[in-house]
Write a protein that binds this ligand. Structure first.
Ligand code: ME8
Length: 536
């Protein structure tokens, strides 16, 4: 395994602006990318837009756009701007109408062709533009697509190019046996394995150009255009130089993690690896040293969520705009809410009442109050500075409480590392807020049990030890939550008199070590991390 972290989101259709669903995947990928950067792992985070799609064409026509490219340019900017405004730290944004993508797709197509896996055949089937997918009769309900019952299916009867996917059925099943972690969570693994066992067949990978006003031309045959999913998946390679920059490609490929919603796992887990297996036979760039195909390491499919119990849908007009949400809530709080509230990999619901509840309880009461109280008391009693105590003994001073001190925090860091590796940020956040060990909850209890505001009158030395321990814990909590709430983390660190950028450069091992907060450091209290909400 390479010592790098290359994480991707799906490339989104631009038939609409981003909503909270696409923001969810993108925020999760952003948090994982930030977590790996903090760990000093070379990280590449890719997102982008899927532009060669009939859906976009329909939307452009509906919007009365003068031409498709103008519409695509306009929409791609909206997506980029949304992510920028939300502080998404992507390293590259790929658009599938870019030349670099077309070059890579051509190279890939030629490789698959050379491997003997592209053939022409007559085809007659129903196509659902909503899914951008051909449907077998068994996939229809009353002759309609179950996901888009209001959209008439397109009857396609033409000669198309096919990808000989069926030739890779055994290789795929072998991959699933050898590397069950390739598809996560396990429910999705089972779903894909049984799909490949039962229903895996060759894919049509082109459409007649005269019937389709968008898409990349089939190399060597202008009369056909490449099926949008065949070109879209290749974005994960073209963005890192496939077809344009071999050295860049060798640096980043294979991807560590494709993060996707559960709706598109068939393409990512059954079609994409087979495409790579085929292309790799004829393109050495896609082969590992032992000649095996360089496949992505993992696909993680999260669930879908509803809004206040309803499916997100255009007709209901209930798609929450993340930029609107960011006007009411500090966006870090929305990130926290989404990653904490919905078990990663399962379906969930987005509700404003739940968001408000977590905002005030988890964030305001437990994190904001702790930081606020501890820094304010320390500044008040110790001349505006971190109290002057021995860090090691401050850690051990509270054996009679639930707070487990430095060793508890070390144990919590271990849990965090494991959860980040497993992409379970929900579990990571649960652990930081849990009721055991050294956590935000037990740190708050320690304040209540030791009552520094009273203790200061009786035992200033013990008060200094308590407050030092709590300040140091706040420093560590800031780094623990940083990938999910980067602004909040900075807000805590500034108040603790830390220069976040120079601290970060010391590396996580140093930041994790107990005693990083130097006695005598000037405190800068006063930032309100979670201001009271004006009623939404
Ligand atoms: O499928 N809950 O693009 P797309 C959670 N272009 N996630 C949601 C969601 C919801 N309610 N709604 C959407 C495509 N998503 C293709 C991808 S990749 C090579 C091509 C998220 O714009 C989720 O990540 O329809 C889902 O997989 C994705 O948006 C679908 O985005």
């Amino acid at each position: 395994m390479k010592n790098h972290y290359y994480v991707t989101t799906p490339i989104y259709y631009v038939n609409d602006k981003p909503h909270i669903g696409s923001a969810y995947t993108t925020i999760a990928a952003d948090a994982l990318a930030r977590a790996h950067r903090l760990r000093g792992v070379p990280t590449f985070f890719l997102t982008g837009t899927d532009e060669n799609s009939q859906k976009n064409l329909e939307a452009a026509e509906k919007a009365g756009a003068t031409d498709l490219q103008t519409y695509l340019d306009f929409m791609a900017e909206i997506w980029k701007n949304t992510w920028r405004e939300l502080g998404i730290s992507y390293d590259d944004f790929i658009r599938t109408t870019e030349e670099r993508h077309h070059k890579g797709v051509e190279r890939f197509w030629r490789a698959v062709e050379k491997s003997g896996d592209i053939y022409k055949a007559d085809y007659e089937r129903d196509y659902c533009v909503g899914c951008e997918e051909f449907k077998t009769p068994s996939e229809l309900m009353d002759g309609k697509c179950p996901l888009h019952p209001n959209r008439p299916l397109q009857k396609v009867k033409e000669e198309n190019y096919f990808f000989r996917a069926s030739a890779y059925k055994e290789n795929l099943l072998q991959l699933f046996r050898d590397k069950p972690e390739f598809i996560q969570p396990v429910s999705r693994y089972n779903e894909i394995k049984s799909y490949v066992e039962r229903a895996y067949e060759d894919f049509s990978i082109s459409r007649e150009a005269k019937k389709l006003a968008c898409g990349i031309a089939v190399p060597g045959d202008e009369s056909q255009r490449i099926y949008v999913w065949f070109d879209a998946l290749i974005n994960y390679m073209t963005a890192v130089g496939y077809g344009t920059d071999d050295e860049l490609f060798k640096k980043w490929w294979p991807a560590t993690l494709h993060l996707v919603g559960k709706d598109i796992i068939k393409f990512h887990c059954a079609l994409w690896p087979a495409m790579i297996m085929s292309a790799a036979k004829s393109d050495a760039l896609l082969q590992a040293a032992d000649g095996s195909p360089l496949l992505p390491e993992r696909v993680f499919a999260h669930g879908f969520f509803t809004i206040e119990g309803y499916k997100i849908s255009k007709s209901l007009g209930n798609a929450v705009d993340p930029l609107e949400l960011a006007k009411t809530f500090p966006f870090d709080a929305v990130r926290y809410f989404l990653l904490r509230e919905i078990p990663f990999g399962e379906d969930g619901d987005f509700s404003l009442a739940r968001l408000e509840d977590r905002y005030s309880s988890d964030l305001g009461n437990r994190l904001g109050n702790l930081v606020n109280r501890v820094i304010a008391m320390s500044a008040k009693y110790f001349d505006g500075k971190v109290p002057n105590v021995d860090a090691a003994s401050a850690s051990q001073a509270f054996a009679d409480t639930e707070w487990t001190g430095a060793s508890g925090l070390a144990a919590l860091w271990q849990i965090i590392e494991d959860k980040i590796q497993a992409a379970r940020l929900d579990h990571m956040l649960e652990a930081i807020w849990s009721a055991q060990g050294a956590s935000l909850t037990t740190a708050n209890k320690l304040v209540e049990q030791t009552q520094p505001f009273k203790l200061i009158k009786q035992d200033p030395e013990k008060t200094a030890a308590v407050l030092y321990a709590l300040l140091e814990a706040c420093r560590q909590f800031a780094w623990m939550v940083e990938p999910v709430m980067p602004h909040v983390a900075e807000g805590i660190l500034i108040q603790l008199g830390q220069d976040a950028a120079s601290e970060r450069s010391k590396g996580l091992e140093v930041l994790k070590a107990w005693g990083g907060l130097k006695p005598g450091t000037e405190l800068r209290p006063g930032t309100v991390l979670f201001p009271p909400l004006e009623k939404v």
